[in-house]
Write a protein that binds this ligand. Structure first.
Ligand SMILES: CC(C)(COP(=O)(O)OP(=O)(O)OC[C@H]1O[C@@H](n2cnc3c(N)ncnc32)[C@H](O)[C@@H]1OP(=O)(O)O)[C@@H](O)C(=O)NCCC(=O)NCCS
Length: 184
C-alpha cells in the first residue's frame, strides 16, 4: 500500500515518519503512566525503544504499517506516536493506536492528530473503516475516540493483559469505530 507514511500537517502539529532521533521519546515510553492501559511494558532501557523504531523501519518496507511521530510544529519536539496497524487491505479497515508523553496531555493534541490521520486514511489510502480498542478504564482515550467521531460498538471481555493490573488479570476492552461515509 505505502512504503512510508506521508507527512500530515495540522494547526499545531507535524505528523511525520519515525526517525532514529525519536529515541528522545524514551522518557515517555519508560513512563508507567503512559503505558498503564497499554499491553506493552514500560521500556527499561533505551535499546528497547531503538528496537521498536527499527521494527517500524522494517514495516515501512513491508508496507503493512503506517506509524508516525507526532511533533509540535512550533518547536519541532516529538511528543508521541500514532499508527494504523492490523491493516486489512482486502476489507479496507485498520486499527488506530496512539500515545503522548504525559506533559502534553489534555491540550487537544491527540484529538488533532487522530482527526488528521483518519482523514488521510479515508481520502488517500482508501480505508472504509477505522477502529480503535481501548481498556474500559481508559477514560481519556474513550473521550478522544468520541471527539473524533467514533461510535462505541461493544465490549470484548477479558481481552488483554494491561500494565494497570500488573498483568495479573485480563481486562475488558471497548471497540470504537468510524466509517468513511461518517466523515464530512
Ligand atoms: C489517551 C491520550 C492519548 C489522550 O491524549 P490527549 O492529547 O490528552 O487527548 P485530548 O487532549 O485530545 O483529549 C483528552 C480528553 O479526555 C479528557 N480526559 C482526560 N482525562 C480524563 C479522565 N480521567 N476522565 C475523563 N475524561 C478525561 C480531557 O478532559 C479531554 O476531553 P475534553 O476535550 O472534552 O476536555 C493520552 O492520555 C495518553 O497518551 N495516554 C496514555 C496512552 C493511551 O492510553 N493511549 C490510548 C490507547 S487507546
Amino acid at each position: 500500500m505505502i512504503k512510508e507514511p506521508k507527512t500530515l500537517e495540522t494547526e499545531r502539529l507535524v505528523i511525520r515518519r519515525v526517525y532514529s532521533t525519536d529515541i528522545t521519546l524514551f522518557s515517555a515510553t519508560s513512563d508507567p503512566e503512559v503505558t498503564k492501559y497499554e499491553p506493552w511494558q514500560p521500556h527499561e532501557d533505551v535499546t528497547q525503544l531503538m528496537e521498536y523504531i527499527n521494527q517500524v523501519f522494517d514495516r515501512y518496507e513491508e508496507g503493512n504499517i503506517t506509524e508516525w511521530t507526532i511533533e509540535i510544529e512550533e518547536t519541532g519536539e516529538p511528543i508521541g506516536m500514532i499508527n494504523i496497524h492490523n491493516i486489512n487491505k482486502t476489507h479496507k479497515h485498520g486499527e488506530l493506536g496512539f500515545w503522548l508523553a504525559k506533559e502534553f496531555w489534555n491540550k487537544g493534541y491527540a484529538t488533532e492528530a487522530c482527526k488528521a490521520v483518519i482523514l488521510y486514511a479515508f481520502t488517500e489510502l482508501d480505508f472504509r473503516r477505522i477502529h480503535s480498542i481501548t481498556a474500559s478504564g481508559n477514560e481519556a482515550c474513550k473521550r478522544v475516540l468520541g471527539k473524533i467521531g467514533m461510535s462505541y460498538e461493544g465490549t470484548f471481555r477479558n481481552y488483554m493483559y494491561l500494565n494497570s493490573t500488573g498483568r495479573k488479570e485480563l481486562s475488558d476492552v471497548e471497540m470504537y469505530s468510524v466509517l468513511k461515509n461518517e466523515i464530512n
